[in-house]
Design a protein around this ligand. Sequence first.
Ligand code: AMP
Length: 417
Amino acid sequence: MPSFHTSPGTRDILPPQANRWRAFVAVFADVVETAGYDHVIPPMFEDIGVFLRVGESTEIVTKEMYDFEDKGGRHVALRPEQTASVCRAFVEHRPATPWKVWYSGPNFRYEKPQLGRYRQFDQVGIEVLGVVDPHLDVEVIALASEFYARLGLRHVRLAINSLGDDGDRDRYVVALREHFTARLGELSDESRATLERNPLRVLDSKRSQDADVVAAAPSMRDFLGADAAAHFAAVQDGLRLAGIEFVVDDRLVRGLDYYRRTTFEFTAGSLDAAHTAIGGGGRYDGLVEQLGGPATPGIGFALGLDRTLLACDAEGVFAPRSSRVDVFVVDTTGGAHAADLCAQLRRRGVRTDRAWDARSMKAQMKAADRSGAQLVAIVGDDEVAAATVLLRTMDDGSQRTVPRTAVVDDVLAVLGH
Ligand code: AMP
């Protein structure tokens, strides 16, 4: 018989880890819904044209897209991120602005798999459409910070930058191209290839061969127009007022082409250099227009779930909660009493499991032990005859006989429900 394994870059998330994934999204939903963000669920695949707007010079689009022709001859792609889909949804449905939404779920990129880098990975994120106010940039960044704090993470660093407006960015790209072209011989082969496509991305190079040329490159700061500069100053003031620590990193350009003005990235001090980026975002004031909608400013972030959980592991916080039950029912009379007692307890919200296959008392008690339950409810012939249940507290091994009619309330009292 053939045996199958998960595809490269994908994983099974088994218990108890999977509990942690759900809890991660629940904490995120709580943080952002408290700030008035509504849940949105875009599809996992759509017309490839939507994602081409992410930037035809980014690797996400040129190399990593899971695209294919469906049986109806449509050229579709699995989403590599969700911002473009949210903007497409905005253009399609035209909700009132400001439109403040959050999302979660998997994205797909054909990357070289390694620890912290997967082909299917999850993100949680928010997007706001229709607001230019720099105070919103501060709110968006503050919500990400608040979320990390709620997970218990303490070693998260925030870097911010401004990519200016369209014209500013274009002038900067010209200056960068001139700078890198003048020192072409010193650049790595990879950066020379990147330069052809997108000079901004050369700034991202982590190769030591490129370090000197990158360090000497012109700074975006000197190319910001007056409006973009004032916006950036207001964002920094707001962050200081909110007590959020940050550094300005004028090399922070981020992967996606659609960013304008504020960009930011969170890195985990507890992770190795290869995968320290745990989240990022920024303004994308031109994206809605590119997708056929009215000129609409936008800002958002996406936080990587997989990597953030690695950071949680490294800091020893946000441990997975086991799905332990509270009560385990042992029934040596055939199993019908266990079914009845389980149903009653579960209806009252008590997490309850039981043994199967009419196993021996010894085997059932072993299963009870393995379940981690605090209480074991035992029903044998004597208990059935007397209409009672034997309640055993697993911690100290003490046992009490309780009338069958009172057992549910008794259990609730012991558990403090
Ligand atoms: P991006 O959408 O590229 O701005 O990425 C936002 C965040 O998603 C990053 O900071 C990572 O934490 C996470 N991320 C991006 N790509 C991957 C991947 N291939 N595997 C795991 N996490 C990823």
